[in-house]
Design a protein around this ligand. Structure first.
Ligand SMILES: CC(C)(COP(=O)(O)OP(=O)(O)OC[C@H]1O[C@@H](n2cnc3c(N)ncnc32)[C@H](O)[C@@H]1OP(=O)(O)O)[C@@H](O)C(=O)NCCC(=O)NCCS
Length: 173
């Protein structure tokens, strides 16, 4: 299996020379990566990307070491998304640093461009299944986000936050 993993990583590096994947990253089936012309994508060492993950990057995406993504995650960076080391990102999590702009009602929403604000996710953060992290949010080191939450505001370090919108229900310490 280690050999298969290494071959897959090698093929990925050849296919996407502009993206950087650290040593011993384990990238599973049907990984999709769309890169803009000035995009920067960097993964640290020993990250796991489970099957069917989609990354759309027109800006910068930086992921630390040993961070794990469950299956069917989506990360879309028009400006900047950083995710620290040792994070657990469960299945079907969505992290997007932009919305469609929609201030005009006389123009189709799809033609109004984007409203963009960067996202920072600290180290050792656990994000439960099917969570959405919206633009402009910072999630502190050691925080936990419960399954199905929608993160619309910052979550402090070591907080446990749940719900829609995500609210802190307790601290880990
Ligand atoms: C957030 C979580 C870790 C909290 O676990 P916990 O500390 O055992 O929390 P509790 O079960 O004591 O719940 C505390 C309160 O938050 C509520 N709550 C817990 N998880 C919730 C969630 N995901 N959404 C909404 N409310 C939630 C509970 O109902 C409880 O409310 P109450 O005090 O009014 O009764 C856990 O509930 C969770 O969501 N885990 C994610 C599981 C997952 O997605 N795993 C993917 C594999 S990596």
């Amino acid at each position: 299996m280690a050999l298969v993993r290494r071959i897959r990583l090698l093929l990925l590096r050849i296919r996407y020379p502009k993206a950087a994947f650290g040593a011993r990253c384990d990238i599973r089936r049907r990984f999709s990566l769309e890169l803009g012309c000035s995009a920067v994508v960097q993964f640290g060492e020993r990250c796991v990307i489970d099957r069917d993950m989609t990354i759309e990057c027109m800006g910068t995406l930086v992921v630390g070491d040993r961070t794990i993504f469950g299956h069917h995650c989506t990360i879309a960076a028009r400006h900047s998304i950083t995710i620290g080391s040792d994070c657990l990102i469960a299945e079907m999590v969505s992290v997007r640093d932009h919305d469609h702009a929609f201030s005009r009602i006389d123009v189709a929403t799809r033609e109004q461009g984007f409203s963009v604000s960067s996202i920072q996710i600290g180290r050792n953060v656990w994000i439960g299944g099917k969570v959405s992290v919206l633009k402009g949010v910072t999630i502190g080191d050691g925080a936990i986000v419960g399954a199905n939450a929608v993160v619309t505001r910052n979550i402090p370090a070591n907080a446990v936050a749940v719900g829609v919108p995500a609210k802190v229900v307790r601290m880990r310490t």
